[in-house]
Design a protein around this ligand. Structure first.
Ligand SMILES: *Cc1c(COP(=O)(O)O)cnc(C)c1O
Length: 361
């Protein structure tokens, strides 16, 4: 058996030690007589797993006490809709900064509920830049400002936290959470689907400033109510226990490896290496995103000659480098290099790309 280096954008590669631990605990967790996935979410075993996952994520991200942490079903897309239901009152405007595909999705999810203002939009530019903060047309009494910290498809990432004054900032961090230190206190809400940087698909993390939970929001069922989820400790109904457990193992692995400071360094080295191969290829490879907005997590790139796309993918696969095909919206290639992608994986990809260029350039 040989595991390839897997550059999938999500679901994405998981740390091998985490998979091995899950494997060793699959039949019986911690002398419980059963797998953790077979036990009640209200039993002492899973309560321990859940509490440790929250404690470890709080430690990893230095989440202040006045923020609640939720582990919910529905993926990031469901959170995009719930945000409007929970934090915008009827008639209130919300501001959206759109820098790629997921910003558009976020906007689409709230349209049925609220009056959404597009404060800035990078689409005219093909989503290759981040509109400068001083060009944003923010509304006066917006309920919140939403942005996408890292655009997974377009490979566009904010390198600092936009200042929105007193208006709460809501960040979709699905593909960049825990990739570097982050000042959580600057946010109203941070949310992320797990399947990029946190674990397997099926659970989302929502980090919400408690004072926002006092907002009335829109009429909604209890199951769509963050306040109720906080009160119910993310167990209003049966939570995705397996996913929560695996995310917890990822948090422990990250802490053991040195935490977000260490991963920030690795991610910096990995992305710099890939961009340098692309930029030094004399146009054989190209990435079109403005340098200052380039993502450290997702590196889309194109070959000079599209006819080489198929051989590139085939030969990469033969070399143990998989899932490099770009998103259908963009074409070309994309290398997703989240925390769990080892540096050796990116080094192997860089070497392959240079070798491929030598043979086909
Ligand atoms: C993947 C992704 C989403 C959608 O996540 P789902 O869990 O599939 O709903 C939203 N935003 C960003 C930035 C993503 O990368």
């Amino acid at each position: 058996m040989s595991r390839a280096f897997n550059f999938s954008a999500g679901p994405a590669t998981l740390p091998e030690p985490v998979l091995l631990q899950a494997q060793s605990e699959l039949l019986e967790w911690n002398n419980a007589g059963a797998s953790i996935v077979e036990l009640s979410h209200r039993g002492p075993e899973f309560i321990q797993v859940a509490a440790e996952a929250e404690r470890d994520l709080r430690a990893l991200m230095s989440i202040p006490e006045d923020y609640a942490v939720l582990f919910l079903q529905g993926g990031a897309t469901a959170q995009q809709a719930l945000i409007a239901l929970n934090f915008a009152n009827p008639g209130q405007t919300v501001d959206y900064v759109v820098t790629g595909h997921w910003g558009k999705t976020a906007l689409k999810q709230v349209k049925p509920y609220v009056n959404a203002n597009i404060a800035a939009n990078g689409e005219a530019d093909g989503f290759r830049t981040i509109p400068a903060r001083d060009t944003w047309a923010l509304s006066k009494d917006a309920a919140y400002v939403h942005y996408t910290a890292n655009e997974t498809i377009h490979g566009v990432e904010f390198r600092d936290i936009p200042d929105t004054g007193d208006v709460p900032l809501i960040g979709d961090f699905s593909s960049s959470i825990v990739s570097e230190p982050l000042d959580v206190s600057k946010f109203g809400v941070i949310y992320a689907g797990a399947q990029k940087n946190l674990g397997p698909v099926g659970v989302s993390v929502v980090i919400v400033k408690r004072e926002l939970l006092e907002r009335a929001g829109q009429p909604r069922a209890e199951i769509f109510d963050y306040r109720a989820h906080v009160k119910g400790e993310s167990m209003l109904n049966t939570p995705p226990t397996w996913n929560w457990y695996l995310a917890g193992l990822v948090f422990k692995w990250m802490l053991a490896e040195g935490g977000v400071e260490e991963f920030a360094k690795r991610n910096d080295r990995k992305s710099k290496l890939l961009y340098s191969v692309i930029d030094n290829s004399g146009g054989f490879y190209r990435n079109e995103v403005a340098t200052a907005a380039r993502s450290r997590m997702n590196v889309p790139f194109f070959l000079k000659d599209e006819a080489l796309d198929k051989p590139f993918l085939k030969q990469a696969q033969d070399a143990g480098l998989i899932s490099l095909k770009g998103h259908r919206a963009l074409g070309g290639m994309r290398a997703s290099i989240y925390n769990a992608m080892p540096e050796e994986g990116v080094q192997a990809l860089a070497a392959f790309m240079q070798d491929f260029q030598q043979r086909h350039g």
